[in-house]
Each structure stands twice: as structure tokens, then as C-alpha cells.
Design a protein around this ligand. Sequence first.
Ligand code: CA2
Length: 152
Amino acid sequence: MPDNPTPRSREVTILNGPNLNLLGKRQPHIYGHETLADVEAACRKLGAELGLAIRFHQSNREYEIIDWIHEVRETAGAIIINPAAFTHTSVAILDALATCECPILEVHISNVHRREAFRHHSYVSAVATTVMAGAGTHGYQLALRHVAHLMG
Ligand code: CA2
């Protein structure tokens, strides 16, 4: 995979891993008050402004995330992924992402490097074009803006 792949379409897939369906409902001191539905709505609004078509998914099942990666691996302009706890455990998601030629943007709501040591290692970062952490749920919008920037 090239270090700086160019997006080949304006389709952006945003994937969210386990427990992110609870966003805004538990642990607001870590993850904030916005729900995942709020994040999706904000991404769709910004995507429309930037001329990007957004697919947005969340799953608590590793295989479902892998299947969504396979579905778009040849067509996506970019994949934005918050793998949540799978970040720190999943060689399978790493392997699926490694088959994609589009830019991969890894987003974490919290600054994982300020947290427990087990959150400091990410399997996904080995194939990510861009990694961002600690911007809260605004990180998803920063990632979308970066995709638009890469498209020129
Ligand atoms: O900071 C992030 O975005 C994380 O990917 C979130 C994961 C965590 O395992 C990663 O280390 C960092 C956890 C997602 C769980 O989301 C919840 C949201 C609200 C309430 C409970 C869990």
C-alpha cells in the first residue's frame, strides 16, 4: 500500500466498533455527551457539504466490521474507522484493512495514550494513513475534512 494513497471515489465508509452504540449514554467524562446517532448526523451533514457520500455503521461483532471492509475495499474513497476495543486486539481487522488501497483514517474519541497501557498499542495503526485521538467526537469531522483535503 502506498504511504499516501489518493482517494479514488467520493464514497467514505465510517466504521465503529464495539460498545460505541452506548456513546453519550455511559462514561460521558471519557467519551462526551453526544450519541452515535448525533455523530452520524453530523458526519452526514458535513459529508453533504464536502460532496462526500457517507456510509455509517457500528457493530459489536468483529466479523461484521470485516465484512463491511470487504464490501467497500475496491470502491471506497476512504475508510474512517474507530475500531474501539478491537484496536488493541484484532489482527483480523488489520488484515482486512491491509487489502484496501484507499486512505484509512483511524479515529479515537479519547486520547488513548493518556489512558491504560493496554490502549497504547493499535494493530490498525500499522495500516492507517492517518491516526487521530483525543479530539472527542469532533475527531470524526476532522477525519472527514482530511479526506476532502486528500481529494484536493
Ligand atoms: O477513544 C476511543 O474512541 C476508543 O476507541 C473507545 C473504545 C476503547 O476501547 C478504545 O481504547 C478507545 C471504547 C468504546 C466504548 O464506548 C463507550 C461509549 C460510551 C459508554 C461506554 C463505552
